[in-house]
Design a protein around this ligand. Structure first.
Ligand code: FES
Length: 110
């Protein structure tokens, strides 16, 4: 199944709670996170320095950058702690027929 504007990433049931998974969608690195009963997609590059957020810890609706500890809100991409001061783009996610889809064109920059 395809959804207009959205790219299939994986089956929903392969996601583990609070364990980010990295995908590459049309050259865009995306970290997908299942937390609570929601799935979020955030650009997989910290805005402070070019490291992968999918290697960080998830707590609630945040992911913590492993290098210097800034936490980002998974809903908005906004940094909650220094040293990061700029948001990270987030992307719309849809769950359809057990599949996880992301739209990397309609990003939100916080
Ligand atoms: S590289 Fe992410 S907070 Fe510094």
């Amino acid at each position: 199944m395809s959804i207009s504007g959205y790219t299939f990433l994986c089956r929903f049931d392969v996601l583990e709670e609070d364990v980010p998974r990295r995908f590459e969608v049309e050259g865009t690195p995306v970290s997908v996170v299942l937390t609570g009963d929601e799935v979020f997609a955030i650009h997989d590059v910290c805005s402070h320095s070019a490291v992968s957020l999918s290697e960080g810890e998830v707590e609630g609706c945040t992911v913590e950058c492993w290098l210097h500890g800034s936490r980002f809100d998974l809903r908005t991409g906004k940094p909650l702690d220094p040293p990061a001061s700029r948001p990270v783009p987030v992307y719309p996610v849809r769950i359809e027929d057990g599949g996880v889809y992301v739209d990397v064109v309609s990003r939100s920059d916080g």
